[in-house]
Design a protein around this ligand. Structure first.
Ligand SMILES: *[C@@H]1O[C@H](CO)[C@@H](O)[C@H](O)[C@H]1NC(C)=O
Ligand SMILES: *[C@@H]1O[C@H](CO)[C@@H](O)[C@H](O)[C@H]1NC(C)=O
Length: 549
């Protein structure tokens, strides 16, 4: 979870590695490629857990204070992924997740490394995660709709809170043993194993099973059983992955290093680490890890895994590095939709997450392809304290996000627009004052290191083109999230607008993205609407287009 600051010192060693390649050209509906490129999915889906049911690979990820939390992604080949649901529909751990005031916010808190598994005996998907500010571990489950019998397919998700355990299972990994007993591995530096009760809502036994030498930080546990051995994979952040192996879930565990400071597959990114392992239907194994790739967050990479005769896993390397290309894990005609395209908000798909829990009384789907209304939900001068900013991950290495808005129902004092959202942020949007409608580019919004607001931003440019009668406005952000982690290079984003959806004008200077890791989440595209005077105004978000550049 934490990226050790020592890692920054290691970046000197990273120079001269393979250069970034263009996005996998084989992504798409007609893919029958024989190889794939890393990263497999250039979006910020960190702290992953991965497993398979039938033909379907599932992937769970951390989301901090974004809501809904803990997205579930699916794939048929480990390469093409699409989000399908969220395990935690609302972050109701405490009021601070509602962004109710500037002094009650949950930035960087909430959903950290957590776990997702399918339990065949009860046909249930089980998500568990510790929320550190309450010190408890929460369990949410969804019926599997006969997933095992249907080759892994789930016809509909219905996540409900199953309970909580009054103990923090830090960076928890769930194992459902062959006899259906459930164990969790968790902890930081000292790795613990707990056995859960029959329905997984309480603990029956707990024991420390491993302590790292010299108190080295290890975390991100994932627990597996294979050929009679128990394994706990742990990360030594942010550069190594260790494997612990034992005949018993309770140890003693032997240790081997799976990867340590492995270079590639992208330059100016961190080492591939953490994540989990999964097998294919025909018995091949893969390690799905992630790389610190700020400003874009942490993105997944896949490599084949082989096993020694005495049961230790080994990553298949290319030129002693994590391969940029490997043979495809699964050849299949089953596909998932690409991340790019236009959404008209027929539904609010699982690619969308709000900044903190939304005020659900202030937004709604119009219906059909009518878009989404976003009423102001907070009176504030501070975007970081405004509820109902709706975000989507940026597709790397470069993409644009275009929000088509109807701004005719904005009220005096309202601020609405398209934001490049992170702890150091910028936006293009409308500042409405009386009957004056100003189209502005605002930069220099930031949070301080204690996550209080450092700056609410300054207007860097104002366009004169917008008339009081303008209703339709397209606001576009073009962002480059090519990794620049540990470098002094600031990747750039630019802000654009159009009044016809065809011709775009740039507004304001380009904006340098922050490469730091401390906010955990990478940059996102977002749409916001907040009031500085009084609630009542609204914008209509007619559609959104994510386009690879
Ligand atoms: C969160 O909401 C669910 C219902 O959606 C409820 O069962 C659960 O107890 C709530 N948790 C907390 C901590 O309030
Ligand atoms: C979802 O699950 C809850 C609790 O089990 C149940 O009350 C509700 O009817 C379910 N909803 C749907 C749409 O199946």
């Amino acid at each position: 979870m934490h990226v050790s600051s020592a890692i920054l010192a290691l970046f000197g060693l990273l120079s001269g590695l393979a250069t970034a390649s263009p996005m996998d050209v084989n992504h798409g509906l007609t893919s029958r490629a024989t190889t794939f490129d890393n990263p497999v999915f250039w979006e910020d889906y960190p702290d992953l857990d991965v497993f398979r049911v039938g033909d379907v690979f599932y992937y769970s990820s951390s989301t901090f204070a974004f809501s809904p939390g803990a997205p579930v992604l699916k794939s048929y080949d480990l390469v093409h992924w699409t989000p399908v649901s969220h395990s935690v529909p609302t972050l109701n751990f405490s009021n601070r997740y509602n962004l109710e005031s500037a002094t009650s916010r949950a930035y960087v808190k909430g959903i950290w490394a957590s776990t997702l598994r399918y339990r065949k005996s009860t046909d249930t998907f089980i998500w568990m995660g510790c929320v550190q500010d309450t010190g408890a571990t929460y369990i949410w489950t969804s019926p599997g709709t006969n997933a095992a019998a249907n080759n892994g397919e789930v016809s509909s998700w219905n996540w409900t809170a199953k309970g909580s355990i009054p103990k923090c299972y830090y960076d928890v990994g769930l194992l459902i043993d062959d006899d259906d007993t459930m164990y969790v591995a968790y902890g930081n530096t000292k790795i613990m194993v707990s056995q859960l009760n029959k329905d997984g809502t309480g603990e029956v036994k707990s024991q420390q099973v491993y302590a790292s030498p010299d108190g080295t930080t290890i975390e991100g546990s994932r627990m597996y059983k294979k050929d009679g051995f128990y394994y706990i994979f742990v990360t030594k952040p942010a550069n190594a992955e260790w494997v612990l192996k034992s005949k018993s879930p309770w140890g003693p565990y032997d240790r081997k290093v799976l990867v340590d400071s492995i270079s590639g597959p992208l330059s100016s990114a961190g080492f591939s680490h953490q994540g989990g392992v999964v097998d294919t239907k025909d018995g091949k194994w893969y390690y799905v890890a992630f790389m610190d790739s700020y400003p874009g967050g942490r993105i997944p990479v896949v490599a084949p895994l082989t096993w020694t005769s005495d049961g230790w896993p080994e990553v298949v390397k290319v030129n002693n590095a994590w391969g940029q290309t490997y043979p495809v894990p699964v050849t299949t005609s089953k596909t998932v939709p690409p991340p790019t395209g236009i959404s008209t908000f027929v539904k609010l798909g699982p690619e969308w997450e709000w900044n903190h829990n939304p005020d659900n009384s202030k937004w709604k789907l119009v219906g059909g392809q009518g878009g989404l209304t976003l009423g102001t939900a907070t009176v504030t001068n501070d975007l970081f304290s405004a509820r109902n900013t709706l975000t989507q991950r940026i597709l790397g290495p470069k993409s644009s996000g275009t929000f088509h808005l109807d701004i005719s129902k904005m009220a005096s004092g309202d601020r609405a627009g398209a934001v490049l959202f992170r702890d150091v942020a910028a936006y293009i949007g409308i500042h409405k004052e009386g009957t004056t409608t100003s189209l502005v580019m605002v930069n220099n919004l930031n949070l301080k290191s204690d996550w209080t607001t450092g700056s609410t931003g300054s207007v860097a440019a104002t366009a004169t083109a917008i008339a009081a009668t303008t209703t339709d406005l397209w606001l576009q952000i073009r962002a480059d999230i090519t990794p620049a982690f540990g470098t002094n290079t600031a990747r750039q984003a630019t802000f654009w607008y159009s009044t016809d959806g065809k011709t775009y004008q740039q507004l304001g200077p380009s904006f340098g993205l922050s490469n730091t890791w401390q906010f955990f989440t990478g940059y996102r595209f977002g749409v916001f609407n907040f009031a500085t005077k009084a609630l009542g105004g609204q914008v209509l978000v007619k559609d959104f287009e994510l386009k690879a550049l």
